[in-house]
Design a protein around this ligand. Structure first.
Ligand SMILES: Cc1cc2nc3c(=O)[nH]c(=O)nc-3n(C[C@H](O)[C@H](O)[C@H](O)COP(=O)(O)OP(=O)(O)OC[C@H]3O[C@@H](n4cnc5c(N)ncnc54)[C@H](O)[C@@H]3O)c2cc1C
Length: 574
């Protein structure tokens, strides 16, 4: 790359001076700028074949949000010794841990929050993408298409609901419909099955609620939907059932490197040793790499906001619908920052609108704002004008961990021999995880074998994670039988989602030992309905206190310090 030329373009476009240097792996940028979006745009200008961008241009006047770290400190892990340490309990870390549990190895998974699926894996759309928008020769495509094909089997093994519902990408012009033929050809080349173009009449028949302007649609039948947090939890639980150790409330804070290898890893629960370290730290993956002196890529956090609709909302498309490129935006289709969002019917039969894509300087900025709400709602209303703002019952944001190259970075470090990075796992990370986790486990096993570890198959490995009982999915006869056996399954605690006491107790006996209100919510959906926990949260708090044998004041909503009751005033808990 001609750096001088690019630096001149930066000066002209943004009026700032930045510094640039390179080594064999990366292009390093430095300097200062007063606009975060411009900093990200400058980073992208230096993307070059075969190298990663490390963008250290500072945002003038910005003080970085302190990282959210566990309050707990103890010595539970002090002096322990592991074959593999997996850092991060998102879908990447949990799927990798589960695939590694096929081997007879000592494996530790650490997650800094009080539960798994607290990063992007707990705040996304849960679409199992077909991959029609992905470019050639990228890992997102390789693992996205392979992961999509594995979903039916993986979800069956892990006892998680999955629906292959298909996706309709709507076109508002005949020209775009014509151009979409190349997308169909590309899909065939990439092994994405069944993609076809529908005409106006066919799309109207498939989904009558789309606006009259739809002149056609691209239909991708292999798109599916899953609950991303339930799948992440299921992966983690199956890994624990197969012998790995999961340590929650545990953050990696430092590493010591000796002879080109990570020798010691410091956490808030003690310092440990691991023969191999897998970095699945999401938006902190570059920070974890830096702890090992191996920072050769940057993550730039990209926030996405989703709106959740009441499942009883009327006039919402029953299919997954998204707006395709328009004449104005056609050149940006598949450009990487977002798939454009859509109206998504989740696997739990409520509807999501979104997400948008906003570059943010802080890695854990999951805030929501009116602008994102309006952007998402207005955009999706174009496709479906019958959407009503009053049907939005909640909204949330998740943060994508994007690299400047806009692709996954899944490889063994070329500098630190026992470090494997699973970084830059932005969308379609949920889709791709079943596929890349297998390759990562294989890479780890090969490395351990190469350094003399006797890596054997785990003879006790059981791929099946028992499916939790869901009373409202049973027939009347089945439910009757269940309630006779255990009357708790007949006592409804969450009215909106019809969740019984039996299901909540079952969730509290989870193999990860999670006993929080949000942990129950993620496992059985108590509190996810129209009232958003207004009715059932006090009841769930009481059930947790009783089950765990602790005072109400000790029950946390989520991480330590998020207790919902602080003291008793007369007879009322506050
Ligand atoms: C709004 C939005 C919508 C999306 N929609 C889709 C979609 O429809 N389909 C799809 O396929 N993908 C989607 N994605 C992408 C998908 O969510 C991510 O690719 C995936 O969840 C990334 O998983 P991960 O495990 O790599 O990261 P994360 O889920 O973020 O997990 C990383 C974990 O590491 C932990 N951690 C970090 N640092 C440390 C440390 N030092 N010590 C211990 N733990 C640490 C964090 O607490 C976190 O739990 C979406 C993303 C967003 C934000």
């Amino acid at each position: 790359m001609d750096f001088e030329k690019t630096l001149n373009q930066v000066r002209k476009r943004f009026g700032v001076e930045v510094s640039v240097r390179e080594d064999e792996r990366s292009v390093f940028l430095g300097g200062e700028c007063d606009n975060w979006e411009n900093i990200v745009a400058i980073g992208k200008m230096f993307v070059t074949e075969g190298k990663h961008v490390v963008n250290d241009i500072r945002l003038a006047g910005h003080v970085e949000q302190p990282e959210c770290l566990p309050k707990l400190t103890d010595n539970a892990l002090e002096g322990t010794d592991w074959d593999v340490l997996v850092i991060g309990g998102g879908i990447s870390g949990c799927a990798v841990a589960r695939e590694l549990s096929r081997y007879k190895l000592k494996i530790l998974l650490v997650e800094k929050h009080s539960d798994v699926a607290r990063g992007a894996s707990g705040a996304n759309d849960g679409m199992v993408h077909a991959g029609i928008d992905l470019k050639h020769q990228c890992l997102k495509l390789k693992y996205g298409v392979a992961g999509n094909a594995m979903y039916g089997d993986v979800c069956k093994e892990l006892g998680v609901n999955f629906r292959r519902s298909g996706q309709y990408v709507i076109f508002d012009s005949r020209l775009i419909r014509f151009l979409a033929k190349s997308t169909v050809r590309r899909a065939v080349k990439h092994g994405i099955v069944g993609v076809k173009i529908l005409n106006k009449k066919q799309i109207a028949e498939a989904e009558p609620r789309v606006k009259d302007f739809a002149v056609g649609a691209l239909f991708a039948p292999s798109t599916g939907c899953v609950s991303p947090y339930q799948l992440t939890i299921a992966y983690a639980e199956n890994a624990v059932q197969n012998g790995i150790v999961a340590s929650l409330n545990t953050a990696v804070t430092a590493m010591t490197v000796e002879n080109g290898k990570v020798a010691k890893v410091t956490t808030n629960r003690g310092t440990l040793a691991a023969r191999c370290v897998v970095n699945c730290a999401g938006v902190f993956a570059d920070k974890v790499a830096e702890m090992a002196g191996d920072r050769y890529f940057s993550i730039h956090p990209r926030r996405g906001t989703d709106l959740l609709l009441d499942p009883k909302a009327e006039g919402v498309p029953t299919q997954n619908i998204s707006m395709g490129p328009t004449l104005k935006s056609v050149s940006k289709f598949g450009s990487g920052s977002t798939k454009g969002g859509g109206v998504i019917r989740t696997v739990d039969d409520n509807y999501l609108l979104g997400p948008d894509a906003v570059e943010v300087p802080d890695r854990e900025d999951t805030s929501t704002c009116k602008q994102s709400f309006d952007n998402v709602f207005n955009k999706q209303s174009q496709v479906c004008p019958s959407l009503k703002r009053s049907d939005v019952i909640a909204y949330f944001s998740g943060v994508r961990a994007a690299t400047y190259e806009e692709d996954f970075l899944i490889e063994r470090s070329s500098k630190i021999a026992n470090l494997v990075h699973v970084a830059g796992i932005q969308s379609p990370g949920i889709t791709a995880a079943p596929a890349f986790s297998k390759d990562v486990a294989k890479t780890v096993a090969e490395y351990l074998t190469s350094v003399g570890v006797d890596v054997q198959q785990n003879p006790q490995f059981n791929p099946i994670r028992p499916r939790p009982v869901k009373a409202n999915c049973l027939s009347d006869e089945e439910r009757d039988k269940l309630v006779k056996k255990d009357p708790d399954f007949g006592k409804i605690v969450c009215r909106c989602e019809e969740i019984s006491l039996g299901e909540i107790k079952q969730a509290l006996r989870n193999p990860l030992g999670v006993r929080t209100i949000d942990g129950v919510k993620r496992r059985v959906r108590a509190g996810m309905g129209r009232c958003q926990g207004g009715f059932c949260m006090p009841l769930v708090t009481k059930i947790i206190a009783e089950e765990a044998g602790v005072a109400l004041t000790e029950v946390n909503k989520d991480d330590d310090g998020s207790n919902v009751a602080v003291c008793k005033i007369k007879e009322v808990w506050l």
